[in-house]
Ligand binder design. Structure first.
Ligand code: PBG
Length: 332
């Protein structure tokens, strides 16, 4: 191997001008890479700012429909929905998840009424916005989250969302075997083109705090989610999770959180050659916003740099609370 070296080769040569940097750029971020997570709340003409997520609000279903129109105008292809269920509608079994008229289903219908198929609707499957204990599934007397019993409820929750018009079912619960059960049930119910994006490698992370405020589960949750979400120390295990979810019929897989787990994104992409998405989660968003508020960072530059990093690592797309802002920066 004879490669030229300095002074014949100067890597700074191609960086010297904007046109040359543009020409040599290896990847590009576009609004089409973004999925916009939105929080839904009850009421009419309601916007509730979320203190721990500065700049993010919960919206009533009418507000959600308006955000969907905004997404279309900005070229954002999909929205992810998370409900802040009223406290009196939460119970130990998370039964509200199966109500065909719950907040989630009404938000899905509001989006479809407003923009039809101009935007895809991704719905979170897990019971934490509906349980009075804040865990993602059914618990036994000791507080242990039961796998198979929970998976059965998640299947019913998925069918409920699909019936309301969800385009992508996104199980975020980390129960074993649920992707296969959900796929089979969707097929049987005739929802052949409803996709599954599994939160395949989802870690028990300290970066979810603001999200739990946003869906109102933080005050309810006792303990942690370490018996089902993954240990941040494990990457090989992430590949096993992804292999299982793909075998069970997941169309696409997700890694979550995002930036601290780019090594996992890269390994999943290189191992499986399937579409990989990352969730730049609430704590990651808050870190940027608090740094900006403290005068320690340039928001626009950080948003674009982090999105570039996700794409460089192999992501097909990114769930980010900065989606609308990023799409504006990217000049939809
Ligand atoms: C629910 C769910 C969580 C997130 C997405 N779906 C929270 C959790 O697992 O505790 C976190 C998203 C974020 O922090 O932005 N299972």
């Amino acid at each position: 191997m004879s490669h030229a070296s300095y002074p014949a080769l100067r890597l700074r040569r191609t960086r010297a001008t904007p046109w040359s940097r543009a020409l040599h750029r290896e990847i590009a971020v576009s609004p089409a890479d973004l999925i916009w997570p939105l929080f839904v709340t009850e009421g009419e003409n309601v916007e509730e700012p979320i203190a721990s997520l500065p700049g993010v609000s919960r919206w009533c279903t009418k507000g959600i429909a308006a955000r969907a129109r905004e997404a279309v105008a900005l070229g954002i292809p999909a929205i992810a929905l998370f409900p802040n269920t009223q406290p009196e509608r939460r119970d130990p079994m998370g039964r509200e998840a199966l109500n065909p008229d719950n907040l989630m289903c009404r938000a899905i219908r509001a989006i479809k009424d407003a923009v039809g198929n101009d935007v895809g609707v991704l719905t979170d499957v897990a019971l934490d916005p509906y349980t009075s204990h804040g865990q993602d599934g059914l618990i036994d007397a000791a507080g242990y989250v039961l796998n198979d019993e929970t998976a059965e409820v998640l299947v019913a929750q998925s069918l409920n969302q699909a019936a309301a018009g969800a385009d992508i079912i996104a199980p975020s619960d980390m129960m074993d075997g649920r992707v296969g059960l959900i796929r089979a049930a969707l097929e049987q119910a005739g929802h052949r083109n409803v996709q599954i994006m599994s939160y395949a490698a989802k870690y028990a992370s300290a970066f979810y705090g603001p999200f739990r405020d946003a869906v109102g589960s933080s005050g309810l949750l006792k303990g942690d989610k370490k018996t089902y979400q993954m240990d941040p120390a494990n990457a090989e295990e992430a590949l096993r999770e992804v292999a299982l979810d793909l075998a069970e019929g997941a169309d696409t897989v997700m890694v979550k959180p995002g930036l601290p787990y780019l090594d996992v994104v890269l390994r999943v992409k290189q191992t499986f050659q399937v579409p990989v998405f990352a969730y730049q989660v609430s704590g990651e968003y808050a870190m940027i916003e608090h740094a900006v508020a403290a005068g320690a960072a340039d928001r626009d530059a950080m948003v674009l740099e982090t999105l570039t990093a996700f794409k460089r690592a192999g992501c097909s797309g990114v769930l980010t609370y900065h989606a609308a802002h990023a799409a504006r920066l990217l000049g939809a």
